[in-house]
Write a protein of this length. Sequence first.
Length: 278
Amino acid sequence: MKNPYIKSPLNYVGGKFKLLPEIIPLFPTSINTFVDLFGGGGNLSVNVCSERVVYNDICEPVVELLQFLKENSIEYSLQYIDTLVSEYQLSKENQKGYLQLRNYYNRENKHPLVFYTMICYAFNNQIRFNKNGDFNMPFGKDRSSFNPVLREKFITFCNRLSTLNIKFSNHSFTDLRLDKLSQTDFIYADPPYFSSVASYNEQNGWTEVDEKNLLTLLDVADKRGIRFALSNNLKYDNTILKEWLQKYKVHYLQRNYSNCNYHKIDRSKDCEVLITNY
């Protein structure tokens, strides 16, 4: 069955697009402000039905890109991308052109569309920066390009973004002001998974302190009557999460994984869950 939701044109590690048909029906039916605390590629932000969206992510270039796409016409963005593709002769085979564009971005021009075009030709269309803040994904030889499928995905996503009442922020999750939220609002958290080694937390690894701070934040939200949902994966050895989740409701996703139970988990398989306080 075809996924009915809009897919982000950003290929984020840990993105939840494939799980949206299971996740979104578990969300409250009435939401005033939807807080996408670890917004990533924006798959949740553009698909959840709410009066207002607060998209937050720690990756500043991604936040700037989504804000740019919201504030500028699709026609302008496509023309800008097409000009870069032509100027650098970008293709699935031209590694030299990709490396020249990557160097241009790292050394001269941090424009959001230079960033996006570069991602389109990077390995697996993924995002990674080194400790100096330079984009360092290798070339996606024979695989990555701004092809017609990605172009259409980009257009659909931008069209949806243009209709949203959305605010963008680039802060740590610990900066979330719970006193600005009410019981009609909803927090969704999809953090890096503790104990995982995915590329999105290589640079500033998600630590035990981060894990405890997030769970404490959600506990405080619960005490204030603010609804939340936390995505996580019980495949990983995380006793902090295992103890914490027992006071909330655990929804097991990807039902084809029959051994998805935190008491006895098959470590070779994913065990995606949504943990809610309602």
